[in-house]
Design a protein around this ligand. Structure first.
Ligand code: HEC
Length: 150
């Protein structure tokens, strides 16, 4: 039996893979504000963002994760299970009659973003703020404990 070629277990492949990533298109994890927002703004906001809001608010990562009245339209980590991805990959959204179309590359970026767990600056900021508050709490409320004790 042969082992399947696994990038993780083969240092040479891993090195080639990393080299391929750093060359050219410099693949980095898609970030909502940088990679997704411009696509949605151009193609979706006319119905899901501005004054005309149809059920779903696509303006921020958190509003997308909140979804509509029926629940989330994105499942973090799984484009396959995400209604939003289903709608764009099947080209039901934006509605064909509306004369807008996502490129395959844009659809791919949306897929990568969902599969990566929907990273956003918003979330990074929220986490930083939560950490700061926990630290402040620990400092203020638990200041009489010896440091280093959890
Ligand atoms: C011309 C207006 C229009 C545009 C532009 C548009 N949508 Fe929609 N969208 C709708 C309408 C109307 C519905 C509700 C009916 C339906 O599900 O077909 C909907 C429903 C959806 C849903 C299902 C959740 C729900 O609230 O029903 C998703 C997900 C979605 N749109 C994503 C997108 C994305 C992503 C884009 C841009 C790539 C986009 N839409 C662009 C009009 C639009």
């Amino acid at each position: 039996m042969r082992h399947r070629t696994n990038v993780d277990s083969h240092p040479v492949f891993a090195a080639l893979f990393l080299a391929a990533c750093s060359v050219g298109a410099s693949w980095a994890e898609p970030l909502f504000e940088r990679d997704i927002l411009p696509v949605l703004a151009a193609n979706c906001f006319s119905c899901h963002g501005g004054r005309a809001m149809i059920g779903l608010d696509l303006r921020t990562a958190s509003s997308i994760l909140r979804g509509n009245h029926e629940g989330p339209v994105v499942v973090k980590g799984s484009a396959e299970k995400s209604l939003l991805f289903e709608k764009v990959s099947s080209r039901k959204m934006p509605p064909p009659a509306f004369n807008l179309q996502l490129t395959d590359q844009q659809i791919g970026t949306i897929k990568d973003w969902i599969n990566a767990g929907c990273p956003s600056e918003e979330e990074v900021a929220l986490k930083a703020r939560a950490k700061e508050q926990v630290e402040r709490f620990e400092k203020d409320a638990l200041h009489d404990r010896p440091s280093g004790v959890a």
